[in-house]
Design a protein around this ligand. Structure first.
Ligand SMILES: [Zn+2]
Ligand SMILES: [Zn+2]
Length: 390
């Protein structure tokens, strides 16, 4: 079965759908227009069941008519970002301050195309495909958790997703690798309560700013001395606020930062060491120090056997092995970590719009080459059918 030909045959319609979604971006968990659009399309294609697992997420169920079998979940995300679009595209956002700058419009359009093709070929496979349309990926705690908790994906045996990547090279190629592909993302918030004094009388003060600067320096030795040199954690304190005047020793200081790691081991060590450093400086400085660490998205970890199955299935000219993981985060990770099922996140090199320069995700000038979508659809379809066949 030539799935690339089938994807190419619906490319024009997929581009129309993508542009419609791009023109009408919605942010967060409440995506009423996108939700209605996706549900309408799925029922027009004739999926066997449409599940609404809460907020504006949608799960379409497509059963193969060759008989019962395994179940694979194909996931996309549908939400936009609070960005003022500056692409100048003819189909640019009609909502000022909202833009599909992370390519979720392409993800949604591709997944609808995949659903259509699967409905058309359901005589030719056994088992079930669940096409998962997630709301609220960009907003912590993320829409994935609600879908998982609803029970809508309890019967799914493995998960697969594709994220588009803008760029100049390898347009239409799938990038894939085993193991870590994205980082975890946690928020670190440190509040320091000291004692203020006249600037000339430091012996009467517990200097909150001095404590904050000591903490910040000590945090930078996490990677150097606590994490294996073969592993990575990224910790940067990106906001600091304290003090009132040049001649008053500050009694309060507040810091915020972001912690990212590829492995749960590095993440656990880092969170413990952040607390240890704060406790140590608390003793030294005489300040009270509260360290809040809000755990965000897990790291995505690509199941090795599932990656093997996918690269055995794909045409050798249609993919390449990614040398490095991405440094951003995705709540798609929860479909693996919260269910314990194997999952894979692949990347589709999706170039840029004709006549424009390649940009980066989340930027106001980020565009894509829409033709890349047919390769993304074909890769997901090939992989899903190979999993159901195995
Ligand atoms: Zn994003
Ligand atoms: Zn994204």
């Amino acid at each position: 079965m030539n799935l690339l030909e089938k994807s190419n045959a619906i490319l024009e319609d997929t581009i129309k759908i993508r542009r419609e979604i791009h023109k009408n971006p919605e942010i967060g968990y409440e995506l009423p227009k996108t939700f209605a659009f996706v549900k309408d399309r799925l029922s027009a294609y004739g999926v066997d069941e449409i599940i609404c697992p809460g907020r504006c997420s949608v799960v379409g169920v497509i059963k193969g008519r060759k008989g019962p079998g395994k179940c694979i979940g194909l996931r996309c995300d549908m939400d936009a970002l609070p960005v003022l679009e500056e692409t100048g595209l003819s189909f640019c956002s009609l909502t000022p301050g909202a833009m599909h700058a992370c390519g979720h419009d392409l993800h949604t359009a591709m997944m609808l195309g995949i659903a259509k093709i699967l409905c058309d070929i359901r005589d030719e496979f056994s088992g079930t495909v669940k096409v998962i349309f997630e709301a609220g990926e960009e907003t912590q705690p993320g829409g994935a958790t609600g879908i998982i908790q609803s029970g809508a994906v309890d019967d799914v045996d493995a998960f697969l997703a594709t994220h588009v990547i803008p760029g100049e090279d390898n347009i239409g190629l799938i990038g894939i690798r085993k193991g870590a592909v994205t980082t975890s993302a946690d928020e670190v918030k440190i509040k320091i309560h000291g004692k203020s004094s006249h600037g000339s009388q430091p012996q009467n003060a517990n200097d909150a700013i001095l404590a904050a600067t000591q903490i910040n320096l000590l945090l930078q030795q996490l990677q150097a001395r606590n994490i294996s040199p073969l592993d990575t954690c990224i910790l940067s304190m990106n906001l600091i606020r304290g003090g009132t005047a040049i001649n008053i020793i500050a009694d309060e200081c507040y810091m915020e930062g972001a912690l990212r790691a590829y492995t749960q081991e590095a993440r656990t060590i880092a969170t413990q060491k952040i607390r240890d450093i704060c406790s140590g400086v608390e003793i030294l400085s005489g300040c009270n120090i509260d360290a809040d660490i809000n755990l965000g998205y897990d790291a995505c970890y690509n199941d090795e056997a599932l990656v093997d199955l996918i690269i055995d299935t794909l045409d050798e000219n249609s993919y390449y092995i990614l040398k490095e993981p991405m440094s951003f985060s995705e709540d798609y990770s929860f479909f693996g970590t919260k269910t314990g099922k194997p999952s894979v996140l692949m990347f589709l090199n999706a170039g840029h719009a004709p006549g424009m320069k390649a940009s980066v995700l989340h930027r106001s000038d980020c565009t894509f080459d829409e033709n890349a979508m047919k390769y993304g659809m074909a890769a997901m379809l090939h992989s899903a059918l190979a999993f159901l066949k195995k």
